[in-house]
Design a protein around this ligand. Structure first.
Ligand code: ACO
Length: 377
């Protein structure tokens, strides 16, 4: 019998030069650059260039990339019409997945190994995800989509298209850092899902729509929504310990805790926590933030012996909520960032493509006798 690892845990699915995790030391690097350095010194668009093309851009390369992204910020009215037809109570990730799949019909890009096709598909997807998410978020409340503003950067323009107001610079900066932190994370479930699709030589829009579907689940990108629900359910700092103890006794997971790779605190969670602190100091602390701090303290006390600590999703939800982003948009915001990682892996996969076709261990019957209906037990 071949070795079997449930969830493919520990089984390498690809060779990659894009990012690396040291889960024992809590280190994450994109193309060899520490995440802390990128969060402090880089901007999302520059980090996107680094992830996609393997090097930091020169000033003119960055200018060209930013200009191309800006030029693709508008979405076709038929994409907005498509989203208008969707039920307003449906999850925005489903709307995003549908719209991204539809993009592929407007921009056919079948020659996926052509570097020009790869560049333009990547630019379109990175540029168009924010207006899609913002347009859907507004239309489901009966509001018109807001056209993008070319003078605002990627994060600021997204918040503007969502709210109709240019954001406070600190809010836009914090979102930009959050996008950097979420842009890539080795062979996670959504990246793997995208790669399986990529390995069939499907186009980038199909690859990204597959990955979006996978990101939605509560054990992956959907956890940040559930953290907010959990903190609300806890309700007060005084209830934290009894709530967590009850959950653990019932063998339930604490949302925003634990990670397949990290056995210490997720380095991204450390940075998001600092962003949260900065934000709450500037705009006022909230009861939810106080509950989060206590939940992390008690949760770490109860779970650290198993190598389970806060992950990136633990604080990202409360940061987004403070920005005025609705709870069910947290995972779409994650997708706006992670699209870069999906595309970087897509480009890398196509350099030496092998279709993913794992095997399975069959545990069913053989040589069954087909009984007519009237003889079946
Ligand atoms: N709460 C309580 N206990 C936990 C948690 C948690 N969040 N995570 C892991 N554990 C415990 C498990 O119960 C298990 O205990 P046991 O050995 O006594 O049975 C032990 O720690 C090992 O956990 P596994 O489930 O084997 O860890 P795995 O690597 O399979 O799971 C996962 C990782 C899915 C992320 C898990 O930690 C989890 O469900 N967390 C909550 C959801 C979440 O926050 N997801 C976001 C992840 S980050 C991201 O996707 C961006």
């Amino acid at each position: 019998m071949p070795d079997y690892s449930p969830g493919l845990a520990g089984v390498p699915a690809a060779k990659s030069k894009i990012s690396d995790i040291d889960g024992q030391k809590g280190i994450l690097e994109y193309r060899g650059y520490r995440i802390e350095v990128l969060a402090e010194k880089s901007r999302f668009i520059e980090t996107a260039y680094l992830l996609l093309f393997g090097k930091l851009p020169t000033a003119s390369e960055l200018r060209g990339f930013s200009t191309d992204l800006c030029a693709h910020r508008r979405i076709k009215y038929r994409i907005t019409d498509l989203m208008k037809c969707l039920p307003e109570h449906g999850h925005p990730m489903d709307a995003l997945q549908a719209a991204v799949a539809a993009l592929g019909m407007f921009y056919p890009a079948k020659n996926v190994k052509d570097p020009e096709v790869q560049y333009h598909s990547a630019v379109r997807l990175i540029a168009k995800l924010p207006p899609i998410v913002a347009a859907h978020a507004r239309m489901r409340h009966g509001d018109d989509p807001i056209p993008p503003r070319d003078d605002l950067d990627h994060a600021a323009n997204f918040l503007y298209m969502l709210t109709g107001k240019p954001p406070e610079p600190m809010m836009a900066e914090i979102l930009d850092v959050a996008l950097i932190l979420h842009a890539e994370h080795t062979m996670n479930a959504s990246t793997f899902s995208g790669l399986v699709t990529a390995s069939t030589l499907a186009d980038a829009y199909t690859v990204v729509s597959s990955a979006i579907g996978t990101l939605l689940g509560p054990l992956h990108g959907g956890a940040n929504e559930q953290v907010i629900d959990m903190l609300r359910e806890i309700g007060a700092v005084a209830n934290v310990r009894s709530y967590l103890e009850k959950k653990l006794a019932a063998k339930e997971k604490i949302m925003g805790f634990g990670h397949r790779e990290y056995k210490v605190k997720d380095p991204r969670a450390v940075i998001v926590q600092k962003l949260a602190q900065k934000m709450f100091e500037r705009y006022g602390r909230s009861p939810l933030y106080e509950i989060a701090l206590e939940t992390e303290r008690v949760g770490t006390e109860l779970l650290s012996s198993k190598g389970v600590h806060a992950n990136v999703d633990f604080y990202s939800g409360i940061v987004y909520e403070k920005m005025g982003i609705e709870k069910d948009l947290f995972t779409p915001v994650f997708a706006l960032a992670r699209v870069v990682g999906w595309l970087a892996h897509w480009i890398e996969q196509l350099k030496d493509n092998h279709i993913f076709r794992p095997t399975e261990i069959y545990e069913g019957e053989h040589d069954q006798t087909y009984l007519p209906m009237d003889q079946r037990p």
